[in-house]
Ligand binder design. Structure first.
Ligand SMILES: [Zn+2]
Length: 52
């Protein structure tokens, strides 16, 4: 999980699936799940934020 700055806002990125989260806890959950199951959990990824 790493912190990234996009358009002046801080986000937390899952280093496995590269999705961005506002919430550090969600990013950690996502990364833990992604690493373990090699796939994403919809219940987690629905909290991901789309930033272009
Ligand atoms: Zn992930």
């Amino acid at each position: 999980m790493k912190k990234v700055i996009k358009k002046g806002n801080a986000y937390f990125q899952c280093e496995e699936c590269l999705l961005l989260y506002k919430d550090k806890t969600m990013a950690e959950k996502c990364e833990r799940f992604c690493k373990k199951y090699k796939g994403c959990n919809l219940e987690i990824t629905k909290h991901a934020i789309k930033v272009d």
